[in-house]
Design a protein around this ligand. Structure first.
Ligand code: UFG
Length: 331
C-alpha cells in the first residue's frame, strides 16, 4: 500500500512526503518539476516525473505501486498570476484535476485528499470564517479550486470514493529540521518575500495597499506553519482509511496578522531593518481572511503545535539561510 503525492517536489508537497515517511508510509511522488525540484523530494520516496493529466502514466503509477490514497497538491498557486492568466489556472487546477479524478475512479483508489484554499471565500462576510459561509472567490485561483471542490463532491456521490478537502489559509515556515522548505523561484508570498529581503536576496520589499479597512490599513491573514498543515493531512488520511466519510475543513489557526505586523516580526527576529516600500493595492487581494478550524480540530483530532509567528519566521529564515548556503556551494 502506498500514498501518491502529486506536486510532492513543491513546497507543501515536499513537507507532506517527509510527514508520511516519518509515519512509516510508502510514498510515490508525481511531479512534472515545473516549479518544484527533484532534490526537494526525500530520497526514500519514489519520484515519477510527469503530468497529473497523463492518464496512462497516472493509472500505471497507481497500479504498479498499490496506491490506496492520493494527496493532491499539484497546481498553480499565485493569486495575482491567476488574475493575469486565468485560463492557465483553470487548466492546471481544474481541468487537470478532472482528469486526475477520472484516473482515480478508474483505478479504484478509494481515498483522496485535496489542497483547497481560503481563497474560495473571497473576503468573508465575517471572521473567523466557517466552512458553511458563502463562497465568493475574488480571483480565478479561488474559483479554480472551488470548481474542484464541486467535482469532488459530485464524484464522491456517484462513485465508491471519499475525499477530504482542506481549505488552507496562508501556509508558511519550513520543516523545523530543515529537511525541506520553500524554495520557489520568484516567490510572491509575504513571509517568503520578507525573509528573502531580510537575508539580502532582495534589496527591498513592497506592501501592496495601505488603505484597507483594517487597524493599520494592510490586509490581514491567518498564517499557518506548513508542518502543522501537513499533519492535518496525515490525520485526514487515517480518518479516511478508518471509514470516515467525505469532509471539508478549514486549516488555519484562527488568528490574523496584518502585512505590517508580519514584516515587523521578520525585522524583530532577524534584527535587520530592511527597506519596505508602499505600493498600490494588488488585484485579487481579499481584506481579512481568518479561519475557524473547529471542524479540523473535532473531526481530524488536529491540534496545532507550531502556532507562533516568531517561530514560523525563525524556521522560514533558517531555511532561507540554508538555501543561500546550498546555492553558494553549487555556484
Ligand atoms: N503582500 C505584500 N507584499 C508582498 C507579498 C504579499 O504586501 O511582497 C501582501 C498581499 O498583498 C496580501 C498579503 O500580503 O495582502 C498576503 O499575500 P500572499 O501573497 O502571501 O498570500 P495570499 O493571501 O494572496 O494567498 C495565499 C495563498 C493562497 C491562499 C490564501 C489564503 O497563495 O493559496 O493565501 O488566504 F488561498
Amino acid at each position: 500500500m502506498s500514498v501518491l503525492v502529486t506536486g510532492g517536489a513543491g513546497y507543501i508537497g515536499s513537507h507532506m512526503v517527509w510527514e508520511l515517511l516519518d509515519a512509516g508510509e510508502e510514498v510515490v511522488v508525481l511531479d512534472r518539476l515545473s516549479t518544484g525540484f527533484d532534490w526537494a523530494v526525500a530520497p526514500e520516496a519514489k519520484l515519477v516525473v510527469g503530468d497529473i493529466a497523463d492518464q496512462d502514466l497516472v493509472e500505471s503509477t497507481i497500479r504498479d505501486n498499490g496506491v490506496d490514497a492520493i494527496i493532491h497538491f499539484a497546481g498553480s498557486v499565485v493569486v495575482p498570476d491567476s488574475v493575469a492568466d486565468p485560463l492557465t489556472y483553470y487548466e492546471n487546477n481544474t481541468s487537470k484535476t478532472r482528469s486526475l479524478l477520472e484516473s482515480t475512479v478508474r483505478a479504484g483508489v478509494p481515498h483522496f485528499i485535496f489542497s483547497s484554499t481560503a481563497a474560495v471565500y473571497g473576503t468573508p462576510q465575517k471572521v473567523p470564517v466557517t466552512e458553511d459561509m458563502p463562497t465568493q472567490p475574488e480571483s480565478p485561483y479561488g474559483a479554480s479550486k472551488l470548481m474542484t471542490e464541486w467535482m469532488l463532491r459530485d464524484t464522491a456521490a456517484a462513485h465508491d470514493f471519499a475525499y477530504t478537502a482542506l481549505r488552507y489559509f496562508n501556509v508558511c515556515g519550513a520543516d523545523p529540521r530543515l529537511r525541506t522548505g520553500q524554495s520557489t523561484r520568484g516567490a510572491t508570498h509575504l513571509i517568503k518575500v520578507a525573509c528573502e529581503t531580510a537575508t539580502g536576496k532582495r534589496d527591498f520589499m513592497e506592501v501592496f495597499g495601505g488603505d484597507y479597512p483594517t487597524p493599520d490599513g494592510t490586509c490581514i491573514r491567518d498564517y499557518i506553519h506548513v508542518t502543522d498543515l501537513v499533519r492535518a493531512h496525515r490525520l485526514a488520511l487515517a480518518r479516511l482509511r478508518n471509514g470516515g466519510g467525505s469532509l471539508l475543513a478549514n486549516c488555519g489557526y484562527g488568528r490574523g496578522y496584518s502585512v505590517r505586523e508580519v514584516i515587523d516580526t521578520v525585522k524583530k527576529v532577524t534584527g535587520f531593518d530592511f527597506d519596505v516600500r508602499e505600493r498600490e493595492r494588488r488585484p485579487g487581494d481579499a481584506v481579512t481572511v481568518v479561519a475557524d478550524a473547529a471542524i479540523a480540530r473535532r473531526e481530524l483530532g488536529w491540534t496545532p503545535e507550531l502556532d507562533d509567528l516568531d517561530l514560523i519566521v525563525t524556521h522560514a529564515i533558517a531555511w532561507e539561510r540554508h538555501l543561500k548556503q546550498l546555492n553558494s556551494s553549487q555556484a
